[in-house]
Design a protein around this ligand. Structure first.
Ligand code: HEC
Length: 144
C-alpha cells in the first residue's frame, strides 16, 4: 500500500468511528413501555427493585425489561447490555439494593457533563414500572 492509500484508509476508518458514535447517540425519543401484568407502583419511587425474586412475576419483568432495554438503552449501552465502550457496561452494575440506588439515581437524573447531555432523564419517558423491569433484565445478565 502506498502512502496516499494508507492515509485514505486511515481517514475512512476515522469517519466510520465518527458515524458509529453519532448513530449510537442519535436522539431518538425513548419509547413508553407496556408493563401489563406487573404490579403497578404509583408515582412514588421505590428504593429497591420491587420485581426482584421472590416477586412472583420476575420472569415477566425480565422479558419486558429485555425488550425495553433494547429499544431505549442499547443504542448507547450496547445490545444485550454488552457495552461497545461509549457508555458503561450495565451488566456490571452492582446486584441488589446498592445497584438499585445507583440505577434509580441515573434513570431519574440522567447524566450531564460540562452542560452536555450524555444520558437523557429516562424517567421522563419511561414509567417506574418499565424502568424496574429493565433493572430486572440487567440483573438477569449480571456479571462481576
Ligand atoms: C444517549 C445515550 C444513552 C442512553 C440512551 C442511555 N444511557 Fe445510560 N449512560 C450513558 C452514559 C454516557 C453514561 C455514563 C455517564 C457518566 O459517566 O457520567 C450512562 C450511565 C448510566 C448508568 C450508570 C452506570 C455506571 O456504571 O455508573 C446507568 C445505570 C444507566 N446509564 C442506565 C441506563 C438505562 C437503564 C437506559 C435506558 C432506559 C440508559 N441508561 C440509556 C448514556 C446513555
Amino acid at each position: 500500500m502506498n502512502k496516499k492509500n494508507a492515509v485514505r484508509s486511515l481517514m475512512f476508518l476515522a469517519s466510520l468511528s465518527v458515524t458509529g458514535f453519532a448513530l449510537a447517540h442519535g436522539d431518538m425519543t425513548p419509547q413508553a413501555v407496556n408493563t401489563d401484568g406487573l404490579e403497578p407502583l404509583g408515582k412514588e419511587w421505590r428504593d429497591e427493585n420491587p420485581y426482584r425474586p421472590p416477586y412472583a412475576n420476575n420472569k415477566l419483568a425480565v422479558e419486558i425489561g429485555a425488550t425495553a432495554y433494547n429499544q431505549n438503552c442499547a443504542r448507547c449501552h450496547g445490545l444485550e447490555a454488552k457495552s461497545g465502550g461509549i457508555a458503561p457496561d450495565l451488566r456490571e452494575l452492582e446486584a441488589g439494593a446498592e445497584g438499585d440506588e445507583w440505577f434509580k439515581e441515573r434513570v431519574i437524573n440522567g447524566a450531564v457533563r460540562d452542560g452536555a447531555v450524555y444520558m437523557p432523564k429516562m424517567a421522563d419517558f419511561i414509567s417506574q414500572e418499565g424502568l424496574w423491569a429493565i433493572r430486572s433484565y440487567l440483573e438477569s445478565v449480571h456479571v462481576e
